[in-house]
Design a protein around this ligand. Sequence first.
Ligand SMILES: C[S@@+](CC[C@H](N)C(=O)[O-])C[C@H]1O[C@@H](n2cnc3c(N)ncnc32)[C@H](O)[C@@H]1O
Length: 267
Amino acid sequence: MGNLIDSRDLRMKTTHSPDFSPVHVPHGPLTEYYQTEQDRQAFLKKIFDDTAPDYDRIERMMALNTGPWYRRGALARAGLKHGMKVLDVGVGTGLVAAQACILTGDPALVTGVDPSSGMMAASKLPEGMTLVEGRAESLPFPDNHFDFLSMGYALRHIGDLSKAFAEFERVLKPGGRLCVLEITQAESAPGRWLLKTYMRGVIPLLTRFISRQKMSETIWRYYWDSIEACVPPEQVMATMRAAGLKQVERQASLGVCSEYHAVKAEK
Ligand SMILES: C[S@@+](CC[C@H](N)C(=O)[O-])C[C@H]1O[C@@H](n2cnc3c(N)ncnc32)[C@H](O)[C@@H]1O
């Protein structure tokens, strides 16, 4: 495995990870919430639909208001430039897509896709952007269509990562770039304890007081439980490579904010 530290900003970069095989599911069933894969999809759709009006407020609290700045920086680091045609998968309320609109300079160049109509209905996006109902595993777009594909914090919710990454490769143009953002487990024991206390204890507790929707506390508990159960970053990268994506790498800020980058091969 190649681990490099970028001395400018102390982001850890992982460039190569042998010995890991591709995966389909990002984690096994979390039976406190649902039993089967079909139940999981229905559980996720309902909980995202029901809690959508709370999402932006709670995300702001959890990320201490750094969300827009971090998402815009991550897209720029992955190579998003003015004039590019972008697909944002798992667009939700549009927190990544809004930053993509700024960087491309034209909301008409940005399309968002998500299975939760409730999340998309709660979005406050610039006029001109397109929102489409759909899943990462079966994208409703033609081959070779986008210059850039982003996905923020939806990786753990996908039913089949191999299918999703194959879809990302299919809809990207040759040379097109991928940026996937996700929270991952800290490597050190104190880091893991700190993150778990914050995300499994503090955030759901605060959510109980500030949310307007009954299920909001549950979704933020689930948020952590799915992070804890998720396959390691090396396996995510192995799955991207198996889908044909090139130059796959991961940068991790604070050891837990993962940015996966990849490129579709030029023909
Ligand atoms: C935590 S929200 C992230 C929203 C936004 N990208 C952000 O950065 O805040 C996760 C989103 O992934 C969506 N999602 C769940 N399953 C999905 C799937 N199979 N394909 C695409 N999106 C999915 C959910 O509906 C939800 O809107």
